[in-house]
Design a protein around this ligand. Structure first.
Ligand SMILES: [Zn+2]
Length: 132
């Protein structure tokens, strides 16, 4: 499998840059980010043949707090990423993910602006939610 994603795409954070915060994941979070790429993001990218633009991946505790993430956010563990795909609505993206049978823990349409996807090895709940 060739990968279109880099770990840096899943680590970079405007908030971390702005406040000069180290947003480097620990080894467990890094492992989770790789699973997220391998089982969710790359299969979606391959099937759609469209770039998947990550808007937020891993968040250290401070970054998560500053960005208003919930305290138990899966972003803290490298288990979640938010993304957009140009030319597609979150609703359309989610429908495709279901059609393609891509595995996930939670799939959330957030404010009709982006999609949150998470992956928890061996514990995927396959929940589809919407936040508005
Ligand atoms: Zn998210």
């Amino acid at each position: 499998m060739s990968l279109n994603f880099t770990i840096s795409e899943l680590i970079k954070s405007d908030t971390a840059s702005k406040y000069n915060i180290n947003n480097m994941p620990d080894i467990n979070s890094l492992d989770n980010l790789l699973d997220l790429i391998f089982y969710c993001l790359q299969p979606l990218r391959d099937k759609l043949n469209k770039p998947v633009v990550i808007t937020s991946g891993y968040r250290s505790t401070r970054v998560n707090r500053l960005t208003g993430g919930v305290s138990n956010s899966q972003h803290l563990y490298g288990q979640a990423a938010d993304f957009i795909i140009n030319g597609m609505t979150p609703f359309q993206i989610i429908e495709k993910i279901k059609t393609y049978n891509i595995d996930f823990d939670q799939l959330i349409n957030e404010y009709d602006k982006w999609v949150h996807i998470s992956y928890v090895k061996g514990k995927n709940r396959k929940q589809v939610l919407k936040i508005s």
